[in-house]
Design a protein around this ligand. Sequence first.
Ligand SMILES: *[C@@H]1O[C@H](CO)[C@@H](O)[C@H](O)[C@H]1NC(C)=O
Ligand SMILES: *[C@@H]1O[C@H](CO)[C@@H](O)[C@H](O)[C@H]1NC(C)=O
Ligand SMILES: *[C@@H]1O[C@H](CO)[C@@H](O)[C@H](O)[C@H]1NC(C)=O
Length: 500
Amino acid sequence: MFSRRNLVALGGLVATAAANPCDIYADGDTPCVAAHSTVRALYSAYSGELYQVKRGSDNTTTTISPLTAGGVADAAAQDTFCANTTCLISIIYDQSGNDNHLTQAPPGGFDGPDEDGYDNLASAIGAPVTLNGQKAYGVFVSPGTGYRIDSGKDVATGNEPEGMYAVLDGTHYNDACCFDYGNAETSNTDTGAGHMEAIYYGNSTSWGYGAGDGPWIMVDMENNLFSGADEGYNSGDPTLSYRFVTAAVKGGEDEWAIHGGNAASGSLSTYYSGVRPDYTGYNPMSKEGSIILGIGGDNSNGAQGTFYEGVMTTGYPTDDTEASVQENIVAAKYAITSLTSGPALTAGDTISLRVTTPGYTTRYIAHTGTTMNTQVVSSSSSTTLQEEASWKVVTGLGNSGCFSFESVDTPGSYIRHDNFVLYLNADDGTKLFSEDATFCPLEALNGEGNTIRSWSYPTRFFRHFDDVMYAASNGGLQVFDATASFNNDVSFEITTGFAS
Ligand SMILES: *[C@@H]1O[C@H](CO)[C@@H](O)[C@H](O)[C@H]1NC(C)=O
Ligand SMILES: *[C@@H]1O[C@H](CO)[C@@H](O)[C@H](O)[C@H]1NC(C)=O
Ligand SMILES: *[C@@H]1O[C@H](CO)[C@@H](O)[C@H](O)[C@H]1NC(C)=O
């Protein structure tokens, strides 16, 4: 059968626009019914809206499109719009023409942390990458973050066949429920076994799991994460450690499959392909056709992960089609880029951090026991106080692209956030601690020094408020999230440490 691409080639046209994922699925007669990405166009001819950002300074929005048809997102347009303020990703547009846009997920079986039980929106700067050398921003999902469309147009329902894939950050995950992308309930509640069919990524062992310690690609079919034919353990589903992961899942009539691999090189492997799980409710399926990102079907929102691109198709894509999609993903050349900007920090240095808010500029970030605060410090302060206001910069405990701040007077204790309050706590060796103690310095929002964002909650920044230190979000629900004076309160001048 001649594909449209072949016909173009036969016609001798010069146009050699490479086929993007949704062109490839269309050629395979399993077209995309939804296509989501904040980093690039998923059709070679697509030049429309990729996503919308909303800025904190005035709550206005703008849309970000590809630089060229079929190309990488115009990240510079976001940077310009978001200069000197914070930005959230408010809409992830559907490129398929079906208007299956993903927006802030509503409450369901579980409430989200934002107003009226909605989930949080993701920071627009949490997941910078490059594609073919051009900067773009993915969707960094912290616990509590989620996107959804309740009634997806043309998305599989009942036992109808469908395919889907997503490109994810293989190193950003946890074991909470559930970092998903795919088909879920239209009611935002758990309506029973077989009512979902979504890619899951993480190291939950509450339902299924695979070989090694995880993370694994599994399929959330509701009330179960399947890693293969059986409930629980399936040896064919490997632990993945790639920075960029391709996860491809499909579900047909009495068949389903998990394929996965390195999104930056090589081909996909088959982790499962076979019959439906032999447990009540999963054969036939009762899919409902909502689309979720970052949450479970009942709005469980404890999980974390990063999403760069993904699609839903109608029909059961062939392995060959999925292999071609993987080739296109590899050709997009996903690569990491710097997580920091502004005045550079150097691991090993001892620093102090001076407040820049007018009227408070004699204050420095300090601690009193486990309480993080600001105090007036100078070279004539006591040695004790000078040490309490001095921090050893070390490579980020949770991500080597950022930093952690170790106390000078209490070695082994680091600044960390817990419920969005900053504390000085001893490193307990857990993944949670290392992530909560990792911060990425950025060019200051007020231009004076650095604004220091949380790695694990990129909407949150070091902020002094009533002389206490918080991990604050701009215009969030807490008192310490107040927009007034936000830019100044989150900007700190890095100085040589008092006690260095
Ligand atoms: C933006 O909207 C939020 C939520 O409605 C509100 O708290 C905040 O004050 C608004 N910000 C501005 C600058 O108007
Ligand atoms: C998931 O991985 C983290 C980090 O290795 C580990 O601390 C946690 O116990 C794991 N969870 C499960 C359920 O195995
Ligand atoms: C905006 O940020 C830039 C640095 O990114 C800085 O030079 C400038 O002073 C800031 N402007 C305001 C009004 O804070």
